[in-house]
Design a protein around this ligand. Sequence first.
Ligand SMILES: C[S@@+](CC[C@H](N)C(=O)[O-])C[C@H]1O[C@@H](n2cnc3c(N)ncnc32)[C@H](O)[C@@H]1O
Length: 228
Amino acid sequence: MTQDQTAKLEWKDGAIPVATRFDDPYFSLDNGLDETRHVFLAGNDLPARFQPGFRIAELGFGTGLNMLATVIAWQGAGAPEGVRFTSFEAYPMAVDDIARALDAFPEARAVAEPFLAAWGQGKRVFEVHGLTVEVIEGDAREALTGWDGHADAWFLDGFSPAKNPELWGEDLLGEVARHTAPNGTFATYTAAGFVRRALDAGGFAVERSPGYGRKRHMSRGVLRPQEI
Ligand SMILES: C[S@@+](CC[C@H](N)C(=O)[O-])C[C@H]1O[C@@H](n2cnc3c(N)ncnc32)[C@H](O)[C@@H]1O
């Protein structure tokens, strides 16, 4: 990956990273960690569904906040073995920027050290307190097509669909469905109609549910049983 793919940032209120390429913040201006728990964890019925070998995948790794919230929830669920978190990221952040962003969330920062150490060494496959993390660099539209994994739960966390439409296209969301295990689920903060229709076309039963904070709705869904 060439150097100019590294995320370029501005800082809102000195604490919240905003991607200049997309003119959008990495997480909720209200409380990013609470939003992650509401949208991505509860939206996928986690931590209740954690079991040995459970696989989470994510579009948009960003600061790793969702991953760290997952680590905390997984630890609280007794840390079942063999749980994996795979994330796709086109514009990886510099480690110093990640550390600065995580400073706003002491609970997440408290478990972040193994991640920051590995990330600073350029590692993209590493363990965080026993949970295996892999970050696949490159445009998710190509990287996901070539991925040979499946997820039990998807976190769809691109920037807003209006500003980052390439991460919400029908082809890519069809690939998300194709890389979902039987009974697998997705959750996302957006309730945009074209995103919901693309997920439905891909094979998910999509439902709208209450969003976090000022957002009225989010979307979640489960893969429909495949017809044989
Ligand atoms: C809202 S942020 C994700 C926040 C992240 N989940 C966290 O916990 O901090 C969206 C992410 O999607 C990434 N992204 C945007 N377009 C992409 C693409 N085409 N392929 C892969 N990642 C992309 C951005 O670089 C950014 O890191």
